[in-house]
Design a protein around this ligand. Structure first.
Ligand SMILES: Cc1cc2nc3c(=O)[nH]c(=O)nc-3n(C[C@H](O)[C@H](O)[C@H](O)COP(=O)(O)O)c2cc1C
Length: 368
């Protein structure tokens, strides 16, 4: 991942919120501020991190053919998804383990989502906002329940508590092999409680080991999507789709949207970059359901490229976490604001006045 030229300076001086000029710099500063175990957990991918790097590299290989001489005095960045109007077609991705960054981090990110009118994939941290009757759009994220009965209960619970969708993580049957965590002797128990402080003695809960082969939901198949759809009226997003055949299976089994994703390079190393997988998935889906894309988005122009290649919306995982790690809620808000502002400017410079217009832009993939 490209480090900004500011990186050495960040080590020498503590910048303020408004000193950081892009998401890369938020990550650079987060790296300085965070415990190494926590930073590596969030920044890292699996094994040789081929897929992690490929996600960013794919954006650097795709180039737009911008249109000119278009009146771009007024540019509308908004999009509507499952009946919810969003400022920009961007959703905060599910990210487990936020407490590694700071205690109560899920609520802080949810407050940032509320303040910026950004939908968020998390049922954790939203309770207070809901109790106060504030208008947060949240979807749950699940890696599956044990059986059909529990799945139905889960779907109903989500609907009753005001969730607006269910995001099913389809690519997580086993704990993946994360070299950074293995090397750091990371304990997956820290995801709930944070990294122990200097001198604190905590019994191990779930220490990372090479290829630990720890099951999550290895028996989950497409019927799970059918169970959810049958149990509630919420849209169900199948996240973690890369093969066009799986996009078709998702739709055949009732998915309301397809999420093109390799889990931010955190599950199968060697899986294709999300942006590279997107066009073939879009060709199969043929507009029957919305297509989401995530993996490597750090700039507004990245969102434009994803939509030009057929996505209806993008998810961002690490970007808001770098805001969280550096400045808490104001950092989350600033990162989301930046992505939105860059997106609007990129649209204007590409000669499009609304999100539908982005889909008509041509994109060329240039090989190195
Ligand atoms: C720290 C962290 C935790 C994550 N936890 C989950 C999770 O619980 N469920 C899931 O579907 N995806 C999870 N993801 C993947 C994200 O939802 C998303 O697919 C990915 O982060 C997108 O790539 P990006 O970080 O480059 O934006 C996680 C990603 C990170 C960085």
């Amino acid at each position: 991942m490209a480090a900004s030229p500011l990186a050495p300076l960040l080590r020498a001086a503590e910048p303020g919120l408004m000193d950081l000029i892009n998401v890369h710099e938020f990550e650079d500063f987060a790296k300085v501020k965070m415990h190494k175990l926590a930073y590596d957990f969030i920044a890292g991918g699996v094994e040789d991190e081929q897929t992690l790097r490929a996600n960013r590299a794919a954006f650097e290989r795709h180039f737009l053919l911008p249109r000119v001489m278009v009146d771009v005095t007024t540019v509308d960045t908004s999009a509507t998804l499952f009946g919810t109007k969003m400022n920009i077609p961007l959703v905060i991705a599910p990210t487990g383990g936020k407490n590694l960054v700071l205690p109560n981090a899920d609520e802080v990110v949810a407050q940032g989502a509320l303040a910026t009118n950004t939908p968020i994939c998390s049922a954790v941290g939203v309770r207070k906002i809901l109790e106060e009757g504030k208008p947060l759009t949240w979807w749950t994220n699940t890696t599956g329940q044990r059986d059909k009965k529990q799945t139905i209960e889960y779907a109903k619970r989500t609907e009753d508590s005001g969730g607006k969708g269910i995001v099913v993580t389809c690519d997580n049957p086993y704990q993946s092999n994360r070299d950074r965590n293995n090397r750091n002797k990371f304990d997956y128990g820290y995801m709930q409680s944070g990294v122990p402080k200097e001198g604190e003695n905590r019994p191990p809960r779930n220490p990372a080991k090479p290829a630990m082969y720890q099951p999550h939901t290895p028996n989950m198949t497409w019927e799970y999507i059918r169970w959810l759809r049958g149990a509630c009226n919420l849209p169900v997003v199948a996240k973690g789709i890369l093969a066009p055949e799986d996009a078709e299976m998702a739709i055949q089994n009732g998915a309301s949207a397809v999420g093109v994703s390799n889990h931010g390079g955190r599950q199968l190393d060697g899986a294709i970059a999300s942006l590279d997988a997107l066009p073939d998935v879009v060709s199969v889906v043929k507009g029957r359901v919305p297509v989401f894309m995530d993996g490597g988005i750090r700039r507004g122009i990245d969102i434009v490229k994803a939509i030009a290649l057929g996505a209806d919306a993008v998810l961002v995982g690490r970007a808001p976490l770098w805001g969280l790690a550096t400045f808490g809620q104001p950092g989350v808000e600033r990162v989301l604001w930046m992505l939105g502002a860059e997106f609007k400017l990129a649209m204007s410079l590409a000669g499009v006045t609304n999100v539908a217009g982005i889909k008509k832009l041509k994109v060329r993939r240039i090989s190195a």
